[in-house]
Write a protein of this length. Structure first.
Lengths: 306, 388, 257
């Protein structure tokens, strides 16, 4: 197998890993601060992609042309609106139910996800069809011998990695991040220490949702297409990745995301005839890992008082 | 207006059931949108009046107080509805589908409502039963009643294989597994041509002891729709599953299911085999779903992966949440609402998932026990009225 | 009196916190033992380790010459140890009868066939259990005995604690672990509860009880012997009178003068 061919897959695998990792970090944030599984996360990703698409169409109508400007505005709008959506979901649907059994929150977020997904399908013009996403990143390719690397892939990968690193820094090195970590470790004590519990939860949801929006836009830029159902699968994969890494653990989420992408890529590269089964395979391996290490590869972070 | 006497007479309950049966007969026969609107308005007003005057609560008490009688009355009511609709193919098909979904939802109730085991792949297990019927019924000589059982067994086995690995982990792992299975079941079938692929499979109609259900009964010169046969079979299945589930609930096992759901840790310190109980609940629920799926396949004659996709699993969950989680009787009106309404009101067909999601969200926020909350357990209510 | 339960060198560590530190403790058959100590001294942790909720980081526990150090909670229950919880852990949506019967799993028939098909024998078992539950509950509170079919969440906090004790007693355990059973009760209610426990003890003279309590009058009145824990270790043991006079104990509870 020639190295260029292999490298292609490696790069697309990393690209996938970056997207999965961003989604997984969101799940882990929500679980960390509130012990909740938020199944609307994947659909927030889709909504973010569609909002940015709509922004693009709006901008194009007003004649603004420069890809950099357009992309920046698209991102800004998508991230801001999704952060707001995340906050609304947290404030009106998740926080009020935080004393109910966890299944209830899981279910309500699942339903919210459906509502978002169906709304996109029903109310976005021809929403049930895949929408083409603009090509805003340079598609010129570098040639290194047999290796062909597209510029947009590189940009996306680098952006994704930088963002993940920034989120990591935010959580571990800033005061707001410290507040999030405090609440994640022990909400009651955090409250007693003067941390505004609700504000921290909303911040976590805003952050997670903004990440989802970014992942959605990146996904759209890479495949040049968005679909109302994209978020469902990405959400499940992200959740899976977060669980296998250890819910509540940011490093675990990142690791899980890349692991899942790696598993999918392995199938496509090593056994191309089974490409259709790549998801089944990846899930299967992940489940195996969960059986071996039930609290996740790095370790779940939560506690119960007996 | 209605007094709260200790043991209400049976009459209000019987009248109530008859009124509902008449409503169902009319609903299933009407196709004209204005007629439906009128029916909806009348029903809405009647319901409002019933709740306001306390008649609804009275009905509920009477219903619960005369259980044996009411079970019989409900069966008679069903037979009455089937008789009235005896020549309406489509109405009977909907009625049968509602009953089959009720069976699958009773299974879901055992898993989720009693034992707290999450299952977001209800439709996949239903589908497993359906495909088993297609394969076994179509290619072996196994009698069709056993094919139905086989559908249940396959679904049960499939479920235990899925759940066993993650039993020792927290609840959301089961959620993850079943969500993944629910989503991947359809794509797995579509990729796989041995099971018909995306085009699906045809399924031979059911025949019991040589009598083919696909031939309409001829009574006194009138040929009835052959769906009458299926309606009777699905009614029989629903009755059997109801009785088993009800007895399960009213037993030590049902009590232990509840204990596991409410407080696993305390349950374990009192000797309850938490993993064993969860597996038992999961398997039982899936067996029900599988059997219902097998009958569904033989009734509709043709199945494809899209019948058993993730949104359908979510519909099953929506039904038990709306009906009242853990309440068996609530399943029937909820299933009827969820399945019949979009068929009749064509304009909401497209929007139905959005509507279901919205309804469940409202229920979860404001009435999480559901529209018909579950009652306290009385292991042997029939004769224990004299006990306090 | 012979040892019913004994532990040697018991250690329980939670990621940096050592809750039980090389604990040696013996529970003698037939006694009522008071387990005392300031908050955080490891009393509830000890219960949790004994009942298999936590797996000890080190040391051994023997119950009736059977090693239960690594036993699951289910195995510990089957061996004959039952408990109540510091934070009340009843199934509030279930009836009081159900709550008590959950504690009786050892004597109930769990088979699926029995429960679904053989309804007549099931009914007989049910009626026998009904009588048992009612009798037990009536010892603690006459009124409660008539409320078996009410939801556990519908009665007062005090009654719920009583129900929890009944739940632990119904299986006729050999060892009963009570974790602050009188928490939240008034003086009179506490006395009543202790009367009831002593009444139970009369009916089941072979029952051994370990009780975690903070009220000194309760300890004095009801226990044969006391063990005081501090920082996960045994500080001292003896009768109430002996430990009350012990200087280390006074310091642990009250600090140096």
């Amino acid at each position: 197998m020639d190295i260029g061919f292999l490298a292609q897959y490696v790069l697309s695998g990393i690209m996938l890993g970056v997207v999965y990792a961003m989604v997984a970090v969101g799940f882990t944030l929500y679980f960390g601060v509130l012990d909740v599984i938020n199944f609307s996360h994947g659909d927030v990703l889709t909504a973010g992609a569609f909002v940015s698409l709509a922004t693009y169409l709006g901008l194009r109508a007003t004649g603004i042309d420069s890809p950099v400007v357009v992309l920046t505005i698209m991102l800004a709008v998508a991230l801001a609106t999704m952060a707001l959506l995340g906050v609304l979901i947290a404030k009106f649907f998740v926080l009020p139910l935080r004393h109910a059994p966890p299944f209830i929150t899981l279910l309500i977020t699942l339903m919210i996800g459906i509502a978002i997904r169906e709304s996109i399908r029903l109310f976005y013009p021809s929403g049930s069809n895949p929408q083409s996403f603009p090509q805003l990143l340079p598609k010129t390719a570098y040639h290194w011998g047999n290796l062909i690397v597209r510029q947009d892939t590189l940009i996306l990968i680098v952006t994704g990695l930088v963002v993940i690193a920034l989120v990591n820094l935010f959580i571990n090195r800033t005061r707001a991040g410290l507040a999030i970590r405090a609440v994640a470790q022990d909400g009651e004590t955090a409250k007693v220490m003067g941390i505004n519990f609700e504000w921290v939860v909303l911040l976590a949801f805003a952050l997670g949702s903004a990440l989802a929006a970014l992942a959605g836009v990146m996904n759209g830029l890479y495949y040049n297409e968005v679909n109302f159902g994209t978020g469902l699968m990405l959400g499940i994969i992200g959740f899976c990745a977060a669980v296998v890494g250890g819910l509540g653990n940011i490093y675990g989420a990142i690791l899980g995301g890349f692991l899942f992408a790696f598993l999918q890529t392995i199938v496509v590269v090593a056994v191309p005839s089974l490409t259709a089964y790549k998801d089944v395979f990846a899930f299967g391996v992940i489940i195996l890992l969960m059986v071996i290490k039930p609290t996740g590869m790095i370790g779940e972070v939560s506690s119960e008082r007996v | 207006m209605f007094s709260t006497d200790k043991s209400p007479g049976a009459l209000p309950a019987v009248l109530g059931v008859m009124a509902i049966a008449v409503f169902a007969m009319v609903l299933l026969r009407i196709h004209d949108q204005w007629g439906l609107l009128a029916l909806g308005v009348i029903a809405g007003i009647a319901l409002l009046l019933a709740v306001r005057t306390g008649a609804a609560a009275h009905f509920e008490r009477a219903f619960a107080a005369h259980e044996r009688l009411m079970n019989g009355v409900v069966v008679v009511a069903f037979l009455g509805v089937i008789a009235v609709l005896a020549k309406q193919d489509f109405s009977l098909l909907i009625l049968s589908t509602v009953l089959l979904y009720c069976v699958a939802c009773m299974g879901l109730s055992v898993q989720l409502g009693y034992c707290g085991v999450m299952n977001f792949a209800g439709a996949a297990f239903f589908g497993a039963g359906a495909y088993t019927a297609a394969v076994v019924g179509g290619h072996t000589g196994l009698p069709h009643l056993l094919v139905v059982v086989a559908g249940g067994i396959v679904a049960g086995l499939l479920g235990s294989v899925l759940l066993l690995p993650v039993l020792r982990t927290r609840g959301h792992y089961a959620a993850l597994i079943t969500v993944a299975f629910g989503i991947l079941f359809r794509s797995f079938l579509e990729v796989n041509n041995t099971l018909g692929g995306p085009q699906g499979l045809t399924v031979p109609g059911m025949s019991i002891f040589g009598w083919s259900l696909n031939k309409g009964l001829a009574i006194g010169g009138i040929t009835l729709s052959f769906y009458v046969n299926y309606a009777l079979v699905t009614l029989a299945l629903a009755i059997v599953v109801y009785v088993v589930t009800r007895r399960l609930e009213r037993s030590w096992v049902g009590m232990h299911f509840d204990a596991v759901r409410i407080d696993e840790l305390a349950a374990s310190t009192f000797g309850l085999n938490v993993q064993g109980l969860k597996i038992m609940a999961f398997v039982i629920g899936n067996v029900f779903a599988g059997m219902a799926g097998a009958v569904f396949a033989m009734m509709t004659g043709f199945i494809s992966p899209t019948d058993f996709d993730f949104p359908t699993s979510l519909v099953l969950i929506a039904i038990i949440m709306l009906g009242g989680i853990g309440n068996l009787w609530g399943i029937l009106p909820a299933a009827a609402f969820v399945l019949i309404l979009p068929e009749k009101l064509q304009f909401i067909q497209e929007y139905r998932f959005l509507l279901y999601a919205g309804a469940v969200i409202l229920v979860l926020l404001y009435r999480p026990a559901g529209l018909f909350p579950r009652r306290l357990r009385r292991h042997f209510p029939a004769k224990a009225v004299s006990r306090t | 009196m012979s040892a019913l339960l004994s532990c040697h060198g018991l250690v329980m560590r939670f990621r940096g916190l050592t809750a039980l530190d090389d604990l040696d403790l013996e529970i003698r058959r037939g006694e009522i033992l008071g387990l005392l100590g300031p908050n955080g001294s490891g009393k509830t942790t000890f219960f949790n380790v004994v009942t298999g909720v936590y797996k000890a980081s080190g040391g051994r526990i023997a119950f009736e010459s059977q090693d239960i150090s690594n036993s699951s909670p289910q195995a510990v229950y089957r061996a004959g140890i039952a408990r109540t919880f510091q934070r009340s852990r009843l199934c509030l949506p279930l009836t009081i009868f159900d709550n008590i019967m959950i504690g009786n799993a050892r004597h109930l028939n769990h088979g699926l066939w029995f429960n679904v098909v053989r309804r007549t024998p099931l009914r007989r078992q049910y009626e026998a259990c009904w009588e048992e539950a009612r009798e037990l509950l009536t010892i603690f509170n006459q009124a409660l005995g008539t409320k078996l079919l009410k939801a556990a969440g519908s009665v007062s906090m005090i009654d719920r604690r009583r129900i929890e004790v009944c739940r632990a007693l119904v299986s006729r355990p050999k060892l009963l672990l009570l974790d602050e059973p009188s928490a939240g009760m008034t003086h009179e209610e506490t006395n009543e509860l202790m009367d009831d426990i002593l009444a139970i003890r009369k009916r089941m003279p072979e029952l051994t009880i370990v009780i975690i309590e903070h009220g000194m009058s309760v300890i004095e009145r009801i226990t044969n012997r006391c063990v005081v824990l501090n920082y996960g270790r045994k500080l001292c043991e003896g009768t109430y009178g002996e430990i009350a006079r012990n200087a280390d104990v006074q310091q642990a509870y009250l600090g140096t003068s």
